[in-house]
Design a protein around this ligand. Structure first.
Ligand code: NAD
Length: 355
């Protein structure tokens, strides 16, 4: 089968790690008899330099006609002018909106080999395997905002419709069915009206999934329990801003930014897959970035957009194997003498992908 993949390397280490993820997909193609056709396109700072826009029309068109999108990262000091009217991050917001990517999934799975890299005690972390599902296109980031009283009072509005809440909750419940069968819905229903609608809607949606264990949790309690008992969570689902904060907190459980993948899903099968890290300008161009977050994003792409579970597992197994054999990029190495480059990490993972 032929699959079209839009390849958006972006800025900094983005193109370096995406190149390795694309090689791993090619290797999956050879091992399992698929063909991946890559369509490179510009986003972020490099797109601004080339076209004046952070998200050129051709990029959005390439993504819309693809089966899935693989993205590196955008931004860097060159474009870091807060007063500029065109900024790299506009590419990210634009693509989320343009593709209708309403559910952001961030899996955090503790790798036993890297348990020492986290700031949290190993006995607390052991067994952690959770996914935060964050609503991505609604809430306070998109509500009405402004200033009054001559600029001395500011307001932002948290707004959600029942339909927006329902669809992301269905995403969370469907995901829980493929995992350990538990959903935790996070809100601030003791204070916020939008959270009361969230809780009411979640309770109704949960009735359609009697096989999935379900609980509500207040966001402040969730923030605490994430570092006290992370292994008890399976799928956590929440609104945009709470999710923004909780996903960053959850990612720190795993110790290194370079290891974690993410998926952003629209209606249907189209999805955008990217490592959670940024463009890391401090190490860009040195060939030392960890490509594992990007490669595990490619595994999510195989699973969630293309429905290729065996192929996704083959990639995840290959990553585990390389780490178990002791290979490390600089960010996760305890001993400087054992460090390998971005490309060598890609080579080693490719070699271990088998049908
Ligand atoms: P960052 O994630 O780029 O880097 C934080 C630290 O982690 C740096 O020391 C970096 O070297 C290290 N790091 C990150 N990814 C790594 C990897 N794969 N391998 C090894 N080390 C890695 O975050 P930042 O420094 O706050 O931001 C840098 C730029 O990236 C900014 O312009 C920011 O706006 C942008 N950014 C983009 C995205 C995105 O595109 N989704 C996300 C976050 C930040």
């Amino acid at each position: 089968m032929d699959y079209q993949i839009a390849l958006l390397g972006g800025d900094g280490i983005g193109p370096e790690v995406i190149a390795q993820a694309a090689r791993v997909l090619e290797r999956v193609g050879t091992a399992f008899g698929h063909s991946f056709v890559f369509k490179p396109a510009l986003i972020g700072g490099c797109a601004i330099d080339a076209t004046g826009s952070a998200l050129p029309d051709e990029t959005l068109a390439a993504c819309r006609s693809a089966d899935a999108v693989l993205l590196g990262a955008v931004g860097g000091p060159k474009w870091d002018n807060p007063t500029a009217t065109v900024r790299p991050e506009q590419g990210l917001l634009g693509i989320r909106k343009g593709l209708g990517l309403y559910a952001n999934l961030r899996p955090v799975k503790m790798n036993e080999m890297l348990i020492g890299a986290s700031t949290i005690k190993p006995e607390v972390l052991r067994g952690t395997d959770l996914v935060v599902v964050r609503e991505l296109t609604g809430g306070i980031y998109f509500g009405e905002r402004g200033r009054r009283d001559d600029g001395n009072t500011a307001y932002d509005t948290m707004i959600y419709s029942r339909a927006e809440i329902e669809r992301v909750l269905h995403t969370a419940f469907r995901l829980a069915r493929q995992r350990r069968g538990k959903v935790t819905s996070v809100d601030k229903a003791n204070v916020l009206e939008s959270s009361r609608l969230w809780r009411e809607t979640a309770t109704i949606v949960a009735k359609a999934y009697p096989d999935v264990a379900f609980e509500h949790l207040l966001v402040d309690a969730c923030a605490m329990h994430l570092i006290r008992r992370p292994a008890t969570f399976d799928v956590i689902v929440t609104e945009n801003m709470f999710g923004d904060i909780l996903t960053d907190e959850a990612s720190m459980l795993a110790g290194s930014m370079g290891m974690l993948p993410s998926a952003s899903l629209a209606e249907g099968t189209l999805g955008l897959y990217e490592p959670i890290h940024g463009s890391a300008p401090d190490i860009a161009g040195q060939g030392i970035a960890n490509p594992v977050g990007a490669i595990l994003s490619a595994a999510l792409l195989l699973r969630l957009s293309l429905g290729l579970e065996q192929e996704a597992l083959a990639v995840e197994r290959a990553v585990d194997q390389v780490l178990a054999e002791g290979y490390r990029t600089r960010d996760i190495a305890e001993n400087a003498s054992e460090v390998i480059t971005t490309t060598v990490m890609g080579d080693l993972i490719c070699e271990r992908v088998t049908a």
